[in-house]
Design a protein around this ligand. Structure first.
Ligand code: SF4
Length: 202
């Protein structure tokens, strides 16, 4: 069986959908053997493609605020794994970046997750990750996020923290009032953190 390091080397050399990638393959992911929390986002943008650092932008700042993580913890791959639905930048569409390449998650996620035996929570950030892992294609992201309890303890669905979703956050005040405290409580338990602002999940 491959070690995680060997597997990561294999993933980083992947060219499975190269003809579809305008900037070429450049898988961006982070994972250490002892990671307990996995963040499954969408796909790298051009900046992440260039720098190789995921979530190093205002979306990442908001996500860290939701999780109450500082950058040191967020980027500690021995504690937090970051594996998006598409590992390479997929290109631009008519309204923003294209969806993650559909062949990517089925190709790599099962093997990567099997190589991370200590994972206790998978944060599904955005609809692509939720539809893949939860089968929620037929319902809205808001409905999935509001029903977060039914996916615990393995999964926690979240909206994308992009500044472009400010209106969604304003229109769904229960997210901040009910979902974030529950998220922080679940994370407190997993990483052994005492957090005064969190409430137990009923
Ligand atoms: S997007 Fe995924 S499947 Fe396509 S080249 Fe990158 S790692 Fe391989």
């Amino acid at each position: 069986m491959n070690t995680l390091e060997e597997l990561l080397r294999e993933v980083r050399a992947c060219t499975a959908c190269a003809p579809h990638l305008p900037l070429g393959p450049n898988p961006v992911l982070r994972a250490g053997q002892s990671a307990r929390i996995l963040i499954v986002g969408q796909a790298p943008g051009t900046r992440v493609h260039r720098t190789g650092i995921p979530w190093n932008d205002p979306s990442g700042d908001r996500l860290r605020d939701w999780l109450q993580f500082d950058r040191a913890l967020f980027y500690n791959s021995d504690r937090i794994a970051i594996i998006p639905m598409g590992l390479c930048y997929p290109g631009k569409g008519t309204s923003g970046d294209l969806p993650p390449r559909p062949e990517c998650a089925p190709l790599w996620h099962p093997r990567l997750l099997a190589a991370l035996p200590d994972l206790q929570l998978k944060l599904l950030v955005g609809k692509y990750a939720q539809d893949y892992y939860l089968g929620t294609r037929r319902q809205s992201l808001a409905a999935t996020v509001r029903q977060f309890r039914q996916f615990l303890p393995e999964f926690f669905p979240l909206p994308h923290p992009s500044p472009r979703n400010i209106r969604w956050f304003r229109n769904h005040p229960w997210f901040e009032a009910e979902v974030l405290p529950a998220l922080r409580s679940r994370i407190d338990t997993i990483i052994g953190r005492a957090h005064p602002g969190s409430t137990p999940i009923p």
